[in-house]
Ligand binder design. Sequence first.
Ligand code: ADP
Length: 273
Amino acid sequence: DGSVKQILVSGITLGDDFLSMLVDITAQKKIENELIAAKEKAEESEKLKTAFLANMSHEIRTPMNGILGFAELLKTPSLSGEKRKKFIRIITDSGERMLATINAIIEISKIETKQVVPNISKVNINELLQSQLNFFLPEAHKKEIKLSLTNSSLTEVFSLFTDYAMLNSILTNLINNAIKYTNSGTITFGYLKKENSLEFFVKDTGIGIPKKVQKTIFERFTRVDHESTKAIEGSGLGLSITKAYVELLKGTIWVKSEEGVGSQFNFSLPIKS
Ligand code: ADP
């Protein structure tokens, strides 16, 4: 009958409209959500940029104040030879610290703009590790730290297709940190061969890293806010560059650490067949 048909037809019409309306609302909601997410992301990245600039300015301003302050003091005519030497050393140290920070910032910006590309060649891992050991032995000796390369790394001569300079820099950063954050004790480093990767490690018996900081330790400018760390110079940029290098080499990096016991940094690099 006509009235029923009308209802049915309008039911169908209503259904279609309703559906398309629902689709419209869903699409609109999706766009809105995407816009909100994009805005939040932009705000977050803006915040990170501002924090980065603030941190960077601080890292440059602190040694700069040292340089200017002590240069001013050097003008004092009655200054003893000993004091003069001391002030010049402070100026040199501050200049070196500033240069290291600036170099790290330049490297970070090059990594971010994808200007750092791995230069792959066949690298003799044992030779590289041995040269790291030779380089750091005097520094470790000064702090009465026993630095050694594990035997397992030496039993087999191993080559890896990787970027020599990047791998060297990753190890330098990790061993340098291990020495910096260990007062006395032992540091061992080396690698283990896994099925498809080489797993490198640098293990120390130093001050350790609190659990809650371990997740963020690879982010730029992150430093442990601790009395013993404050006294040690550093900008908190090294590990973020180290992580970026590991990732450029298609690897992963992680840390296990316990405060007052020590830290172990591991990174694995794929073995390409
Ligand atoms: P930097 O050493 O210049 O501050 P890094 O990015 O290399 O910067 O390290 C970030 C922070 O991680 C350090 O300030 C320190 O607090 C902590 N850290 C890194 N390596 C170690 C380690 N081996 N033992 C204890 N703390 C460490």
